[in-house]
Design a protein around this ligand. Structure first.
Ligand SMILES: [Zn+2]
Length: 325
């Protein structure tokens, strides 16, 4: 049964279905929304309730992020759960594409220093022609700029104008100005493009110890394949150059890197660090038994922790779908 209700993320009118079917059971403590702005999603009812009671800005931030990921256009069901959620075969709704814990998603919200670049990239993505323009009356302006209320959007645009990233013009005197991206703005957008953005290769950095073979064959490799990427692990790759030069060249060609720290090989630390320095997304993983041995410097990163290759496959597949666009 569905009815009209405000979207739990952006607040616009949406349709809601409070009983969602999972693989085998009807699941009552989630709600399913269909929103023109945010797409189709399933969300933990406790989150919706907490947000209503607290007046939190978290739903706005998440609405901006799903807007940026263009999830509404992809027409795929995604899932947002409270922290502590652990996925199983039966507690995710049917036909979902990707799920996040609340904090994992919020961690992607731009920091103050990133706000101008991220808003510029959003505007560039949404303007159909390089000379198209946007105004502050645009109903989606908040989600495009990560800013709310309107005076924050004005401040952000002021910074972008001062940085010569936008140009403002008026079609008639006294009209509200419209904004388009300047030549310098487009150059900045080119600079911001990540290396390897068109690549389909995923570089795997891990221990080559034979005990890791099933982890690779039944966990990492099928997860990469299922998400539409090609897997490269250096011992599977024919090379004639020195190993280090070849590794560096292959990382540079990749779209992202999976770094599994089980066994704590120095090479994995080097490859993950190099990829990070290049601006490539790094997906971190480690077997549960080795978690406590992680080097202090990388503990801050959100590692996928697993006990079996099947568990790694499921979590990795989701992390790739959630972070690599
Ligand atoms: Zn919405």
């Amino acid at each position: 049964m569905s009815e009209k209700a405000p979207c739990a993320l952006c607040g616009k009118e949406a349709t809601i279905d409070t009983k969602v079917r999972t693989g085998s059971v009807t699941w009552h403590d989630v709600e399913s929304y269909g929103c023109d702005n945010c797409g189709n999603y399933v969300i933990d009812s406790r989150l919706v309730c907490d947000w209503k009671n607290s007046g939190s800005d978290e739903p706005f931030k998440i609405a901006c992020l799903v807007h940026q990921k263009q999830l509404a256009k992809k027409n795929q069901v995604y899932v947002i759960m409270d922290d502590g959620f652990e996925p199983t075969e039966t507690n995710l709704p049917k036909d979902y594409k990707v799920w996040w814990r609340k904090s994992e998603l919020l961690a992607e919200f731009p920091k103050p220093t990133e706000m101008v670049d991220r808003a510029l990239a959003n505007l560039a993505r949404e303007l159909p022609h390089p000379l198209s323009n946007v105004s502050m009356n645009d109903p989606d302006i908040y989600f495009k700029t990560f800013c709310k209320p309107i005076h924050q959007v004005r401040t952000l645009f002021k910074h972008m104008l001062e940085g010569n990233l936008l140009v403002a013009f008026k079609s008639i005197p006294h009209a509200n100005p419209s904004y388009s991206i300047s030549q310098k703005g487009w150059e900045r957008i080119e600079q911001l493009k990540q290396p390897g953005v068109d690549s389909t290769q995923a570089f795997v950095a891990m221990s080559f110890d034979p005990v890791m073979d099933t982890t690779f064959q039944q966990g990492i490799k099928p997860a990469i394949k299922k998400t539409g990427f090609e897997c490269l692990r250096m011992d599977n790759h024919e090379h004639i150059n020195k190993i280090c030069d070849e590794i560096v060249a292959e990382i540079r060609k990749s779209r992202f890197i999976i770094a599994d720290f089980t066994g704590h090989r120095g090479g994995v630390y080097f490859e993950a660090g190099y990829a990070m320095g290049m601006g490539l997304p790094v997906i971190w993983s480690v077997h549960k038994d080795d978690l406590d041995n992680l080097h202090f410097d990388i503990r801050q990163y959100n590692h996928i922790v697993y006990e079996t290759p099947e568990e790694l496959k499921l979590k990795l597949q989701n992390r790739i779908a959630a972070t690599i666009h």
